[in-house]
Design a binder for this molecule. Structure first.
Ligand SMILES: Nc1ncnc2c1ncn2[C@@H]1O[C@H](COP(=O)(O)OP(=O)(O)OP(=O)(O)O)[C@@H](O)[C@H]1O
Length: 983
């Protein structure tokens, strides 16, 4: 039989002997006693809960379910321990009769025991239970027993889920339920304890301090405390309740208040403290029941301490987890926040408007000045794209694509042309300023400009400058642009194999770019630049599309008025662009392209031209680039000639330019070294004084000192090149005579403006004059500047022996001479054969076979009894063996070589020849007459044999190229035979 009754403030045992009930009342000594208030509320004066009918507050645990708890078991009124009853000295409410409490309802609690002093709501829906409770109230016995349910035998309490337990409760009936109730409910009293016991005190303090710590760290706990303290407040600890209610915000101050209250609890009631600790801890029901059942205050405190300590540990772990996660995300959040703030600040200050608006404004502003000239279809596309930009999310990839597209579209110089200048005289001046010689090329360009002037436009022509490297193709292109007042843009298509380079990528590709022409227009900012397309003969063979066809679309005046770049996707007008192409080998240019071009050939320079170019152009620019004054250096004609003949024999002048740069760099170093050493005075050395240097830097004084170690030329420097230079050179001579002894170290040159004075009063002049270092470059010291001359295979024979004849060849690098050598391998009856070496191509091999046959026939004709060819195995070689050679133009040279060897007769000295031969000995025309002539001159050839058909080409050559040459034009080999072997 159940004998225990739960009370809000008393602890009760089944087995305790009946005793007087008022003991529990003695605990609720003041009028605020929760017990009284519970009773009051049950009497119908519950002010706290207006839902009183549905939800009655009991000093019991919540069943948490909507189903009512069946008050199946009527328990007998418990017996209160006598000792406690006696010890009670509280004010006893007169309305209560102890006998009313002997029998109470026993409410099973599924989750946790109810600790004395706590409220817990339970839902009562069952009308029977409700009636019983109302009845109980009527009888002024507002108690119900609150008993924690024991777990079913064999189940693990930690695993069983609450809902299962709830369900089970409702099914439990009668005895079964009774058996499952714990033996201790909440209507009992604690064992008496000594309030001043140090151990209890210490334990309670520890509990308090742990609770304080947990409260500090865990906000969850603060909420927990709040919930519980609200109920505690109804109990004895009303103040705590007040504070507990206040900590809902859980700020620092409020937390502190709770902590203070905790101290207060500890002060007057240790057992309550233990209950409080256990109740708010997250411990499971068994542990809580253990605390509840423990009547010894010290032990109870210890149990509670264990629970709260554990809670402390949990809260520490929770804190560290929270901290780690917070750290991880705070960095990103911080950056994001700062960025947002920055944006907001910029916006506020007007530094940056909204991204999209600012962008749109930028694009509109850009297109505004060109709006009238911009084609309407382009304006329409721009407008559409701007609208699209506003609709797109700024972080989306499509936004970027649109933005880049608009960027290109608005940056192009729509309808923006530079004023073309067709002034022929001005153009001539500019061309002469930039280039020496090239008369015929300049003439062609002037013709072109003249036509442009008459037509009012220079469009519709593609000029192709062809020739060996370094002959000035690119620089002529630049000069034409300058002459026409067009912007210049150069790009090379050598090795270009991707059509997209010319036509652009489609915008759908990531990293798509427009083609070279669009880039060009954006770059130059005008719609009519001069575009130099370099190396058009080296256009790659594309794997995806044919670059040659794309070039055709670009260059063809018929097509390029509506050139469509894949990226831009709107037609652009390139018809106003002037295209100039350069190529080394015209034959390599794709035919359809070549067909549309006007080829202007630059053949290369002869020594004389190179001398002028070096003196008047290359030296001048290099000297300026090196920061050297004209009076500080002198390169003699002899040195320059040696440089051209022994170091830079190729057709162009790029190598010559490099060598001149090399010389001037070395001169600069010498001057700087000399200057540095003169700053440190040394015995015997001439020191340039600070005043002298100052005056020199002003530029008025031009006194020049020539190093004694360099030889002084006796011949005057080219007087035509530079007046100043000529004066200086004369001065050098003068001073040379003056400084009879000191000349060993220095030679002093006089300033030009005091030249007369120098002649009249040398002494005075030498005092006033300031010295400038001068470096002289002559043949003797040329190798100090550019090293030893390079060996040239071109001139391997001073006198050609029998069997060796000089031919003339044409290569992409210009014309050159080459030797054909014939020798005997073996001789025997009927062994006549020809062995060939020298990396000869098929055409050249065939040419050799033809030559062998023709030579044999000619020899037979000239010397019928000579069986040399029939009985000789011959070897024909063309040095240099590493260079591949091909072409038929060496035919006549081969025959001559074979005959020379057969007849043991060397050919005429200084003879070179070129021409294709037929089997019957006829001579056919060849190409590259100018290059071959120049090459022959370079190699000191005096007599040249050309096919008659090439006479026209030769006649067109400049007089200085033809000058001093003995040229023969032949139709038949017999003519060559006479010329070559004539005595
Ligand atoms: N007739 C000339 N007068 C003055 N300088 C010249 C002349 N010819 C060429 N040069 C100079 O020679 C240098 C090389 O010329 P450029 O680069 O134009 O040669 P290129 O023919 O275009 O060569 P490549 O075929 O290798 O591109 C340039 O500095 C140019 O000024």
């Amino acid at each position: 039989m159940l004998k225990a009754l739960s009370s809000s403030c008393l602890r009760l045992r089944f087995h305790s002997t009946p005793s007087s009930l008022p003991s529990h009342l003695r605990h609720g000594t003041d009028s605020n006693s929760p017990l009284l208030r519970v009773l009051d509320s049950l009497r119908g004066s519950n002010r706290r809960n207006p839902n009183f009918c549905q939800r009655l507050f009991f000093c019991s645990d919540s069943t948490d379910g909507s189903e009512p708890v069946e008050p199946e078991t009527e328990a007998k009124r418990p017996e209160v321990e006598e000792a406690e009853a006696k010890s009670s000295s509280a004010i006893v409410p007169t309305v209560f009769r102890p006998e009313d409490y002997l029998t109470v309802l026993a409410l099973p609690l599924p989750h946790r025991p109810l600790f004395p002093g706590f409220y817990m709501p339970i839902y009562v829906k069952d009308p029977k239970l409700l009636a019983a409770l109302v009845e109980s109230r009527k009888r002024q016995a507002p108690y119900a027993g609150a008993f924690l349910l024991k777990d079913e035998p064999g189940t693990d309490p930690s695993v069983a889920s609450g809902s299962d337990t709830d369900k089970n409760i409702y099914e439990l009936k009668g005895k079964e339920l009774f058996n499952r109730l714990n033996e201790v409910g909440t209507l009992a009293q604690d064992k008496p304890y000594n309030k001043d016991d140090d151990v209890i005190k210490a334990t309670s303090f520890e509990v308090i301090s742990t609770l304080r710590d947990v409260l500090k760290t865990s906000s969850l706990w603060r909420d927990h405390v709040q919930t519980y303290t609200q109920h505690i407040g109804d109990f004895n600890y009303s103040r705590l309740a007040d504070f507990g209610a206040a900590i809902s915000g859980a700020n620092k101050l409020q937390c502190q208040q709770v902590l203070e209250e905790l101290d207060h609890i500890g002060d007057f009631n240790y057992s309550r403290l233990a209950d409080f600790g256990a109740a708010i801890s997250g411990a499971n029901k068994l542990q809580c029941q253990q605390v509840l059942e423990e009547l010894d205050v010290y032990k109870r405190l210890k149990l509670t301490l264990e629970l709260v300590k554990k809670e402390m540990e949990i809260s520490k772990i929770q804190e560290s987890i929270a901290k780690a996660i917070e750290e991880k995300i705070s960095g990103e959040q911080r950056r994001y926040l700062l960025n947002e703030q920055l944006k907001a600040i910029k916006k506020e200050l007007g530094l940056e408007t909204d991204d999209k608006t600012a962008l749109s404004a930028k694009f509109r502003e850009r297109i505004e000045p060109n709006k009238d000239r911009c084609p309407p279809h382009v304006l329409q596309v721009i407008e559409e794209e701007l609208t699209k930009l506003q609709l797109l999310e700024a972080s989306s990839s499509e936004f970027n694509v649109t933005r880049n597209y608009l960027d290109w579209l608005t940056a192009l110089p729509w309808g923006n042309y530079s004023d073309e200048n067709f002034d022929v005289l001005r153009a001539q001046k500019i061309l002469d300023e930039d280039h020496y010689g090239l008369t015929d090329i300049k003439e062609r360009i002037l013709e072109f400009i003249a036509v442009g002037k008459l037509r009012g436009t220079s469009q519709g022509k593609i000029i192709c400058l062809s020739g060996p490297p370094g002959v000035g193709k690119t620089s002529i292109g630049r000069s034409i642009a300058r002459a026409l007042n067009r912007k210049f843009y150069r790009f090379s298509v050598g090795g270009l194999s991707d059509v997209a380079e010319i036509k652009g990528h489609r915008r759908t590709y990531i990293g798509a770019m427009p083609g070279k022409m669009v880039q060009c227009l954006k770059n130059v900012g005008t719609a009519n630049p001069l575009v130099l397309i370099d190396e058009i003969d080296k256009l790659g063979r594309g794997h995806a599309g044919d670059p040659a066809s794309a070039m055709l679309e670009l260059l063809d005046p018929e097509q390029n008025a509506n050139f469509l770049d894949h990226y831009l996707d709107v037609p652009i007008d390139l018809s106003k662009v002037l295209f100039v192409c350069t190529a080394n080998v015209v034959e390599m240019i794709p035919n359809p392209l070549l067909d549309r071009m006007e080829v202007v050939a630059l053949a290369g320079y002869i020594t004389d031209e190179k001398m002028h170019i070096a003196r008047d152009y290359l030296e001048k620019t290099t000297r300026e680039a090196c920061g050297i004054k004209p009076e500080q250096v002198e390169v003699t004609d002899a040195a320059l000639l040696a440089l051209i003949e022994n170091y830079c024999r190729e057709a162009g002048v790029r190598n010559l330019q490099k060598h001149i740069e090399k010389i001037y760099r070395k001169i600069a170093l010498r001057l700087v070294r000399k200057g540095a050493s003169s700053e440190l005075p040394a015995a015997g050395d001439h020191v340039v004084g600070p005043n002298e240097v100052k005056e020199e830097s002003v530029g008025e004084s031009a006194e020049t000192v020539v190093e004694a170690e360099t030889e002084v030329v006796s011949e005057p420097v080219d007087s035509g090149s530079n007046d100043m230079a000529s004066e200086i050179s004369i001065e050098i001579d003068t001073t040379q005579k003056d400084h009879s002894v000191d000349e060993k170290q220095h030679l002093t040159n006089q300033p030009t403006d005091s030249k007369v004075n120098v002649e009249t009063d040398k002494k005075e002049e030498s005092e006033a004059s300031k010295e400038v270092e001068k470096v002289l470059v002559d043949t003797a010291n040329l190798s100090d500047f550019v090293g030893k001359p390079v060996f040239h295979a071109e001139r391997i024979y001073e006198h050609t022996p029998a069997g060796v004849v000089m031919g003339l060849a044409w290569t992409a690098l210009g014309g050159s001479t080459l030797y054909i050598e014939t020798t005997l391998i073996e001789q025997a009856e009927g062994k006549g054969a020809l062995h060939l070496t020298g990396q000869l191509g098929d055409v050249m091999k065939e040419s050799a076979q033809i030559a062998h046959t023709v030579a044999r026939a000619i020899l037979l004709e000239k010397e019928p009894e000579n069986t040399f060819f029939a009985n000789s195995k011959l070897h024909l070689h063309v040095p240099a063996g590493a260079t591949p050679k091909d072409g038929p133009s060496a035919g006549c040279t081969m025959i001559t070589s074979l005959l020379s060897f057969a007849m043991k007769k060397p050919v005429r000295k200084d003879l070179a020849m070129t021409g294709e031969v037929t089997l019957t000995g006829k001579i056919l025309p060849i190409g590259g007459v100018k290059e071959k002539t120049i090459a022959a001159r370079r190699n000191d050839v005096k007599t040249i044999i050309f096919p008659s058909a090439n006479k026209r080409d030769f006649d067109e050559l400049a007089p200085n190229v033809k000058e001093g040459l003995e040229v023969h034009f032949v139709d038949d080999f017999n003519q060559i035979f006479d010329l070559a072997f004539a005595d």
